[in-house]
Design a binder for this molecule. Structure first.
Ligand code: AGP
Length: 609
């Protein structure tokens, strides 16, 4: 969703701001803008649409400055208009904001009564006027004004502020939305996401909830929620420039699909080298895992499907009861809470608001132990969790999650085995078998990637369709759900997934010759059942597209198309079967000419409710 970048330097920072905003594009946005301080004046350019259009306008107007802030906006309060785009300015004070101010109506009324005139429908403009109001009251100190203003705000914010009266510093604040300060050589930065400034520096300070900070060329001063100076650790980010660039690929989604063997190998590296140890989940994990009697998984979207898959593994391998729930539902329900049930949140971004709020709610309900499976170091959800396991997928830029999902699955499988070992449900022989399966996983995933040419041919047939059904059974049902989500997300074809046995209880009514039915049919104990379900589809004229393991003895016939996935990989088969459904969605979207990496209406990090 929205993104922030700010810079102060001895050089022209406009290219830094533009490049930063371009690197934030992946989060999803519908307008962009920058404001700079030049000759004791604030200059601003904003545009709806792409950052490149705004950058052209800035170039045409000859923007050049050593202090500035920029923003990509994903509309919440107020439509997609230039007037609603950030930065917002009040009497020479310019600011950008991520998050939502809940008491904006009340503050707007108060400010109107004080004579302020509003030009936008946003909650953010309220903060700009409040900044000006407090500057007038409190002696023109930008930082002190910000510290006053944030105390009057209810809601979530990451803020970066500059003023024409103070061309030597920028100030910022964080509550409920990520914000970091980048440390350069004689220049410093502010960003909502390290990718925005990685071209300039990888040394960063992650601000904590309630922090404010003052950033000059030479110094960074951080203040805690009590406005007292606070020490914050300097981290060196491992996000690389290469991970943010397309390289030889046409889309980030394609790149990220193909990165999966490496991403999985990195995620399982420690387990492959040292075995299934609780330490994979943090130093305290051993004692926590010994104390638990069940697992409660909370997540959204693709991460929720990872949780659904994990449930099969956790219950079968560890014998612990496992419940999985969509975070946005859980947080509003009088849910049953057993303090001895480990709450596992799964989130690629680590900043999904629904998942974060569900985590807070679970703690409120009395859950004593929490584990975050996350791909973004130092993001909000792992920081709020007792235990953390970082997947090592690297930056995921495509809105449609791919490598994050399969690495989440790899991490969750490890969790199931570790819990099984602790509970005495996994003996040495079984552990060795699981380890062997894990070792072979990157190779099997690579093998599945090699099916791409056959999938391209299928995608041509899918491109003109309006609807599609995905079927799977058991642990492959969540993979059918993930396949349907990927297809609808990026190709805009309406797609649904069902456990194949459920077909005859309703969805079969949808099946006719126009309905492609994708079947995930691995060579497992449920294969014969799946075959019967396929007969039900064929008998109604439905066209079947079957992903079948090499050793499953399937043959093509009229209306039945078969792609052979690698030999059955046993317990990790759901991970291998994810690859072809991802590629099917990607190539179908390509054939339909949609914006694969930035599908309409969607954002990468969903930081609003
Ligand atoms: C996946 O393709 C989606 N874009 C979306 O469902 C995503 O998985 C969901 O918003 C959760 O995000 P998170 O993993 O960052 O929490």
């Amino acid at each position: 969703m929205c993104g922030i970048v700010g810079a102060i330097a001895d050089r022209d920072v406009v290219p830094v701001l533009i490049e930063g905003l371009k690197r934030l594009e992946y989060r999803g946005y519908d307008s962009a803008g920058i404001a700079v301080i030049n000759d004791r004046d604030v200059r601003r350019v904003r545009r709806t649409g792409r950052v490149s259009e705004m950058a052209d306008a800035a170039a045409a107007e000859g923007f050049d400055a050593s202090l500035g802030i920029g923003h990509t906006r994903w509309a919440t309060h107020g439509g997609v208009t230039e007037a609603n785009a950030h930065p917002h300015i009040s009497h020479g004070v310019a600011l950008v904001h991520n998050g939502i101010i809940e008491n904006h109506e009340e503050q707007r009324e108060r400010l109107r009564a004080l004579g302020y005139v509003f030009e936008s429908q946003t909650d953010t403009e309220v903060i700009a006027h409040l900044m000006h109001y407090h500057l007038k009251q409190g002696g023109d100190d930008l930082l002190a004004a910000l510290q006053h203003v944030v105390k009057e705000l209810t809601g979530a914010y990451a803020l970066a502020v500059i003023s024409r009266a103070e061309p030597e510093r920028m100030v910022c604040a964080r509550m409920g939305c990520p914000l970091l300060v980048g440390i350069g050589e004689g220049e410093n930065f502010i960003a909502s996401d390290v990718s925005a400034i990685v071209q300039a520096t990888r040394k960063v300070i992650f601000l904590e909830e309630g922090d404010t900070a003052e950033v000059t060329r030479e110094s960074v001063r951080v203040f805690g929620a009590d406005d007292q100076p606070a020490q914050r650790e300097v981290h060196v980010s491992d996000v690389s420039l290469a991970s943010l660039e397309l390289g030889p690929y046409r889309h980030f989604m394609q790149k990220e699909i193909h990165e999966q063997p490496r991403a999985i190998a990195d995620t399982i590296e420690a387990a492959v080298e040292n075995g299934f140890s609780p330490a994979l989940f943090g130093d305290k994990a051993g004692s926590v895992f010994e104390d638990i009697e069940g697992v409660q998984i909370l997540a959204c979207g693709t991460s929720y499907y990872a949780g659904m898959t994990a449930r099969y593994w956790i219950e079968a391998i560890s014998g612990l009861p496992c419940n999985v729930e969509i975070a946005s539902e859980y947080r509003y329900r009088a849910a049953y809470a057993n303090p001895k049930h480990l709450v596992v949140t799964i989130s690629q971004s680590g900043e999904t608001l629904d998942t974060m709020e569900a985590l807070k709610y679970a703690k409120l309900l009395g859950h004593a132990h929490t584990l975050s499976i996350c791909n973004v170091p130092e993001s909000a959800i792992p920081r709020a969790s007792e235990l953390v396991c970082y997947t090592r997928a690297g930056a995921e830029i495509g809105v449609a999650s791919t490598k994050a999902f399969t690495t989440q699955l790899a991490a969750l499988f490890q969790l199931a085995v570790v819990l099984g070992k602790i509970r005495g449900m996994v003996d040495a022989e079984e552990e060795a078998t699981y380890l062997e399966a894990l070792r072979h996983l990157p190779g099997s995933v690579q093998h599945a990637l090699n099916l791409e040419p056959q999938i391209v041919a299928w995608a041509e047939r899918f491109a003109p369709k309006q609807n599609a059904l995905f079927l799977g059974r058991g642990v492959h049902y969540p993979i059918a759900l993930e396949g349907a989500l990927k297809l609808k997300e990026i190709s805009y074809i309406h797609a649904e997934a069902y456990p194949a046995g459920e077909l005859k209880h309703g969805p079969l009514a949808l099946v006719d010759a126009a309905m492609p039915v994708v079947v995930i049919a691995p060579n497992d104990a449920l294969l014969e059942k799946v075959k019967s379900n396929m007969q039900e589809v064929r008998a109604r004229g439905g066209e079947l597209f079957v992903f079948a393991d090499q050793d499953s003895n399937f043959s093509e016939s009229e209306g039945v198309h078969v792609i052979r996935t690698p030999r059955h990989t046993g317990v990790l088969s759901p991970i291998v079967h994810t690859i072809p459904v991802q590629m099917l969605a990607y190539h179908t979207a390509l054939a339909r000419g949609t914006d694969v990496d930035k599908p309409r209406n969607l954002a990468k990090s969903v930081t609003v409710e």
